[in-house]
Design a protein around this ligand. Sequence first.
Ligand SMILES: Nc1ncnc2c1ncn2[C@@H]1O[C@H](COP(=O)(O)OP(=O)(O)O)[C@@H](O)[C@H]1O
Ligand SMILES: [Mg+2]
Length: 285
Amino acid sequence: MTESATDTIQSGGSAATAAGSTAAVRPAPAEAIALRNVTMSFDLGRSKRMTALEDFNLSVAEGEFVALLGPSGCGKSTVLRLVTGLEQATSGEVLVEDKAPADLAKSHRLGVAFQEHALLPWSSVRENIALPFRLARRAVDWQRVDELIRLVGLVGFEKARPRQLSGGMKQRVAIARALVLSPDVLLLDEPFGALDAVTRRRMNGELARIWEEQHITTLLVTHDVEEAVLLADRVVVLTGRPGRVRHVQTVDMPRPRHADITRSAEFRAVVDHLTDLLDVDRKAE
Ligand SMILES: Nc1ncnc2c1ncn2[C@@H]1O[C@H](COP(=O)(O)OP(=O)(O)O)[C@@H](O)[C@H]1O
Ligand SMILES: [Mg+2]
């Protein structure tokens, strides 16, 4: 009798404490992407190995936009390929929504747009954007395809073939295609790499607008410091090969961030700081 009364008091007490602590501390957002102590080395034959990433750690929260910056060859694309499940880490752990990346890719919840955008040259814009439905063996939701065409500003070009489009338009098709199945995670590898500065800025504005509408967890690889600071919640700077995390910069400038912000003193200071960090490696090369 006494014992059970004590039990009741104790469990009542601990429940109250638990409730109190959740009210006081906001729950941390779920982790969408995690790379823990990842090393990736490639076999170059004749018992030579090249280490692309070493003891690499990165955590991206659900709904967060993270940009990766680093000298060329430091392993940025390797990070994205590990997250897609296209490559397996030599050691360490890669998780996307607490699962092995290949599992998430199988359920078509990853949207991917890489620089070599690989549009089907003989297919129309509309068919190219519908491709993920076909690869997933699902009926094409044409309403969704047309919604994406509007979102990336390609209305009027539905029937065009890739060769009839400018570089910027092709990249918009690639981004629409990456988004069409409403992925949980979006991976972009230098998606605007081949564009002139003006088109690139316009594409940055469009990506920012799309992201603000949908808040998809996004990992963007870029070599453009301004692009990274304009778009990201956090910018991760990698060291030269083997790639490790050199610096993590939180960008807490308010959103939506319009192009004007790139002229502000605060923005310039962050860009200069990150450029200096990248120059450490450029000078060492
Ligand atoms: N499949 C592979 N086999 C051998 N070496 C590779 C392979 N993939 C990438 N590498 C090497 O790993 C390093 C990092 O490559 P990558 O991730 O493409 O760099 P980044 O995208 O930062 O320019 C480079 O030196 C590259 O040559
Ligand atoms: Mg690359």
